[in-house]
Structures are given as C-alpha cells and as structure tokens.
Design a protein around this ligand. Structure first.
Ligand SMILES: Nc1ncnc2c1ncn2[C@@H]1O[C@H](COP(=O)(O)OP(=O)(O)OP(=O)(O)O)[C@@H](O)[C@H]1O
Ligand SMILES: [Mg+2]
Length: 274
C-alpha cells in the first residue's frame, strides 16, 4: 500500500493533471454477502434492447455487489460514483475508460459495480461497453448469455441495436463482448470502432458511457481507444504493481484526463458506522 501511495505521490508531482482521489474497495471477505432478489425484479421495458434477468448468486460469486446495499462494499462504490459523477459533471464529460497498469487489478469488477451504482442514481442512465476484446469478462461476471454481441457487430452480422442488452436493472444497458477478438488493437483503432464510439456518444448523449479496457502495459489496446474517451479511472490492485509499472502507466496517460485512482483489494480496517 505504502509503495503504491509513494509511487502515486511521485507520479502526481510529475503530472499535475492527476486528481489523487483514492477510493479503497475492500477485499473478498468484505464483498461477499447476501444479494437481495428484490433489487433485481425492478426492471423496466426497453423499446429495443433485450432484457436479460440476472442471477443473484452469479453476481455474488463474481463480486458484483453494488445492488446489495446491505453489503458494506457497495458503499465504496456509491462513494466512488459520487466522486466520479462530480468530476464528470464539472467538465461535461460523458465517457470514461477503466484502466490498470497490469492484468487482474479488478477493472471489470469495478466497471460493472460502478455502472450499477451510477444507474441507481436518479436521472442517470449508463451504458457499459466491454472493450476488453482480449479478455472480455463483463457478460461472464453478470451471467449474461446474449445471442448477439460486439463480436457480431464487428463481423457485420448484427447492428448496434441488436447487441444492446438490458440486464433487468433500470437505466443500465450493456454492450457485451462474447469472445476474444483477434488483432484487438488493430480492431480498436479501426474506423468501425471509431464510428461505433461516436454513434454511442451521439445517439445516447445523455448517458454516461463506461468502457472496460485491457491493461495499459504491454498491449496497445487501451492506448488506441483513449483518445476517444473524455476521462480515465485507474484501478490498481493493492500491492500488485511495481512503482515503475505505475509510473510508466502515468506516463502513458499523460494526455488523458485522469479522474482518480481506485485502490482495489485493499486491506483496510472495518468501517465504523460512519
Ligand atoms: N476487491 C477484490 N477482492 C478480491 N478479489 C477481487 C477483488 N476485485 C476483483 N477481484 C477478483 O480478481 C479477479 C480479476 O478481477 P477482474 O477481472 O475485475 O480484473 P481485471 O483488471 O478486469 O482483469 P483483466 O486485466 O484480466 O481484464 C477476479 O477473479 C475478481 O473476482
Ligand atoms: Mg477485465
């Protein structure tokens, strides 16, 4: 933890744009807990997108806990939501990418929980796009088995409207990727993806659009997409990345608007009532 803080501190002095807002998301023990089915029943009918009901046990197994207000970890996501929305509203930003230096920091888990948390706020609608074309996990973690996905859109077998899924949570839609895509960096820099992103931005301009991306280091995917998004949230797994990996990531993000850093898997004291 200290090492990450130190690296973040050093990186911050090199990059004044960094807003050092740190939200700690508690470890496995804290994110487990009973899901309430009632929360999932609350679906609304979408004109075009398919409604796929979620299974509470699958969500819990995959640490998708933002619906479960009796789970203390959901507070962390609500607090993250407040900070993210505040900054986005101040700047009129609508699109946000979730990145990390190296794999397995918890980007997909954070993306989904953040999307759910934002959708629960009055007057906020959210779309979550799985642009980790190497290791797509959004559909898996939500337990969504949709027939059409970004894969079909890319191959020309589906239109955008056929790919959008509503997971039975009001004001939340998902653009899932069902299987890995070869040459993902090239695909992400292609005209087709650029058109898709601008169509999403234009057609759904009132929505917050969250992009779940692959890690920053060693693969180009995130870097080719970042120029198209308004801002970036960095997820670091507590103790998972070296100082040099964090600094290199900050360097790669020097042209991006960095919203802040989520320290995931943090070992923190149990929270008192307040
Ligand atoms: N706070 C946490 N405590 C314990 N385990 C966690 C936590 N957050 C995520 N995990 C687990 O870590 C694994 C990786 O999480 P996730 O898939 O969200 O990471 P990622 O950064 O998206 O990975 P990748 O770079 O491969 O896309 C999953 O098994 C997830 O359940
Ligand atoms: Mg992921």
């Amino acid at each position: 933890m200290e090492k990450i803080k130190e690296a973040l501190k050093k990186a911050k002095s090199q990059n004044n744009a960094i807003q050092n807002r740190v939200v700690q998301v508690k470890s496995k023990a804290a994110v487990s807990g009973l899901m309430k089915n009632d929360n999932l029943e609350n679906s609304i009918v979408y004109a075009q997108s398919k409604v796929i009901k979620l299974d509470s046990a699958t969500l819990e197994d995959n640490r998708i806990i933002a619906l479960n207000k009796s789970n203390p970890a959901s507070w962390a996501f609500d607090s993250l939501r407040t900070q993210v929305l505040q900054k986005m509203e101040e700047n009129n930003w609508k699109t946000i990418a979730i990145v990390s230096p190296t794999p397995e920091a918890g980007k997909s888990v954070v993306s989904i929980n953040l999307a759910i948390s934002i959708s629960q706020k009055p007057n906020k609608t959210v779309m979550l796009v799985d642009f980790d074309l190497r290791k797509p996990r959004v559909a898996k973690y939500l337990g969504i088995k949709s027939q059409k996905s970004i894969n079909d859109f890319l191959s020309g077998d589906a239109e955008l409207k056929d790919v959008i899924v509503n997971p039975g949570i009001p004001k939340l839609t998902i653009l899932p990727t069902n299987k890995p895509v070869a040459q993902s960096a090239e695909i992400l820099s292609s005209g087709k993806i650029q058109e898709l992103v601008s169509e999403l931005k234009n057609r759904y301009s009132s929505r917050i659009i969250i992009f779940d991306l692959p890690p920053l280091l060693n693969v180009d995917d995130a870097m080719v997409l970042l120029p198209q998004v308004d801002c970036v949230l960095i997820v670091v797994g507590d103790g998972q990345h070296s100082e040099s990996e964090i600094l290199e990531s900050m360097r790669l993000l020097s042209r991006s608007n960095i919203l802040g850093v989520v320290v995931n898997r943090a070992e923190v004291e149990e929270r008192s009532y307040y």
